[in-house]
Design a protein around this ligand. Structure first.
Ligand SMILES: [Zn+2]
Length: 128
């Protein structure tokens, strides 16, 4: 069972940050009762990097509107939590930019999940 963070958000949002983080640290998801049993079981198997995704999601869920970004990773990297590692300008994402985020290397794919990103400032990506 492949888990995607977007499918887990509505369930995770019924749990506190501490409940979720404690479950990951303890590697015991039985206390996350709002997650369907099958999901809890799949989580325990640590498929791919879903634990990291969940941790990042909990880190930013109250600060960032995830739906404004192509994926969780870009949202996280563009947040204060990640020190604004990735900057955004006119719908284009860039790394290693200067302090004001007016320069940088445009990235065409998410470095974590390889999702294609908009690279043309004249043609901003329509999200969802
Ligand atoms: Zn990604």
């Amino acid at each position: 069972m492949k888990l995607e963070i977007d499918e887990l958000r509505e369930f995770l949002d019924q749990h506190s940050d501490d409940e979720i983080r404690n479950a990951i640290v303890a590697e015991d998801f039985s206390g996350l009762v709002h997650l369907p049993a099958g999901v809890r079981q799949a989580l325990a198997g640590n498929p791919d990097d879903i634990w990291t995704d969940i941790w990042w999601y909990v880190d930013i869920r109250n600060e960032v509107r995830l739906d404004d970004f192509p994926c969780l990773h870009i949202a996280y990297a563009a947040s204060a939590k990640a020190g604004f590692l990735i900057g955004q300008s006119h719908g284009v994402f860039a790394m290693g930019s200067n302090e004001k985020r007016t320069e940088g290397i445009v990235i065409a794919f998410c470095p974590w999940c390889a999702k294609p990103l908009n690279v043309n400032a004249r043609n901003p990506l329509r999200l969802a």
